[in-house]
Design a protein around this ligand. Sequence first.
Ligand code: 3HC
Ligand code: NAI
Length: 698
Amino acid sequence: MTIVSYQLEGDIGVIRLNHPPVNALSQALRLGILDAVTQAQNDASLALILICEGRTFIAGADISEFGKQPVYPSLPELLDLVEASQKPIIAAIHGTALGGGLETALACHYRCALSTAQVGLPEVKLGLLPGAGGTQRVPRLAGVKAALDLITTGTPITAAKALSMGLIDKVIEGNLLTAALDFAKEVIAQGAVLKRVRDLDVDKENSSAEFFVEFREKLSKRFRGQEAPQRIVECIEAALNKPFNEGIKIERTLFVECMQSPQSASLRHMFFAERMSSKIKGLPKGSQLKDIKRVGIIGGGTMGGGIAMNFVNVGIPVTLLEINDEALQRGKDIIAKNYAMTVNKGKLTTELAAQRQALITGTTDYNDLAEMDLVIEAVFENLDIKKQVFAKLDKVCKQGTILASNTSYQDVNLIAESTSRPQDVIGLHFFSPANVMKLLEIIRCDKTSDKVLEVSMAIAKTIKKVPVLSRVSYGFIGNRMLRQYAREAQLCLLEGSTPQDIDTVMQSFGMAMGPLAVADLAGIDIGYKAREGLTDEEKGDARTYCIADALYEMGRLGQKTGAGYYKYDPETRQRIADPVVLEVIKAQAKNKGVKRKKIDDVTILERLTFALINEGFKILEEGIAQRPSDIDVVYVFGYGFPAYRGGPMFYADTIGLEKVYQTICEFGSRYGEAFWQPAKLLKQLVAEEKTLSQWANS
Ligand code: 3HC
Ligand code: NAI
């Protein structure tokens, strides 16, 4: 296949790129463009068009080349040549012109785009900055503030917005090539002026030192712990204060620094991990999938309501079943309240919110679920109730309906056995709030059919979730690991830390929230109720939950009761340290014969993160997760683990498995081997001197 072709159409040269899936700027594509532009300098063309085949204009540099030996021509070298062309080049954009793709367009002399197109510089999401002139050209076209906003958020903008900012010259409706050819003729008629962005001056608005100080401060709050956003500001300052060629040099140096940073390596890992997680090993690709046109949801509580919103938001009607009319109304009211909040924030119109809610039909009669393509159960976390629900579904639902449970912990194999069609039963574990959280654990039971798995993966994509496959295991992937993390948080409390000590360490590490603040948010009653269903043996050592139980018994359930591990200001809902909690902790420590002693920050961090990592290894050796990167996706998208550390398993590789293993062994002798048994797989990889990613790719 020719990935770059060049043809004359009259006196206009058309350079066509065709490099599926997204026209990423691999070496072959860069060479092809270089050749075409060079060739065009000596032919009869008066102007050139750069246009792409397939679903999008260039979506950026080829991320898989990063971190490897650079190969000729580099993108900046290519773009110098493009900009220096003696014939005007017009970029014709459709789909998404992102990163190096937009930078290529900015090195052209004119830009036109379909009205449906989007442009952006998302490099920051990969721990990078635009490294091919983006930080120098955008401020020259759009000004300092707009450039900072575009590049530090990485959020793409519409063609209309790009036009209003001066990033593109024309928005096109209809056929892109035809309109681009017309535009090229206009350019020729006006003397084929070479508009080079490098020759423009940067507008001096928003150029004061105070403006930059303030902007940097805002960024450090918004992107806590991340390096790339601050480097971007440096580049924009250079665009403002230095000639183009010097600015470009600074951009290049900082780009290379960012690319070599562990943060960028982690974020690039997450980019591919997110795309990999929807792939099921051993399943044939591309079979015909049935459409999910109607969805039934059982239980309109915290989860059911949120789950329903996911489907109606993409136009799929939902039938919501509750135990009685009162419960049904309560569920609908919660959904209405959620939509009202979105409308108030200006993110949705009142009309759209009403349209979406109109897609929800309430019922208390199981017969109304007969024609559903998918039913998701979200009733109380009780195995017997869930089995009864599934037995009823088995009776009423048509053949082929996918029967899913949103259970957090129950054995979905046992639930499947209460039906005559276990091949159609699956777990779809959403996270709270279900209309917001991106993660969806897809639980494969022993008898779940391949088809049901495939359709479930496709549904996840339809409702814009990031799916991860898990086998049945207590707590599946995420909650099973969380249990070990929470265990260490509880033990640190008992042995000498305060809730603030632990939360501060974990927040500084980059977690969205510390574990005790999370417990207060989710409700201390959740863990308590989950433990109620367990035997003493299953509950484990009482030291790992006695403080939580004591708070529960005092009615301190967390934010909803105004107090838990912290107390909460009734007006501002701000967290405040509470001396009462310290007394509770001390009393429990005394009760358990534990002598409290302050624990240093490094130990807190290692105890919590290594507990996660060790359980992650066990999950892998048991085949519960398909691959280490899936566990990273679970933790980044479901539990607020910092993406710039690449998820717990990638982080383990970053620290070195030897160090993780040795520390776990040391913890075993210090805190008890009952808690700290290194996973067999971890031990094996250390013995083989392998990294986890080498193991995953072998
Ligand atoms: N490099 C390498 N591979 C890429 C890629 C890129 N820039 N962008 C996408 N891909 C691959 C994906 O890994 C995926 O591969 P797979 O099929 O084997 O899983 C395939 O292309 C399709 O990608 P998506 O599944 O993401 O397809 P969508 O249609 O959902 O989304 C997209 C398309 C919006 C273009 C999305 O892929 C995307 O956001 N891509 C990344 C864009 C980006 O970050 N660009 C900046 C790169 S850094 C840069 O340009 C540096 C420069 O400043 C020097
Ligand atoms: P909830 O208590 O808020 O809602 C449960 C709803 O189910 C109630 O409205 C109840 O009236 C209804 N219900 C009970 N029995 C029913 C039956 N037989 N038929 C129809 N409706 C019935 O519970 P929540 O939090 O929504 O949890 C539901 C499920 O989701 C549980 O399995 C839970 O483990 C799981 N889950 C909960 C998460 C959370 O953070 N709350 C997160 C992920 C999963």
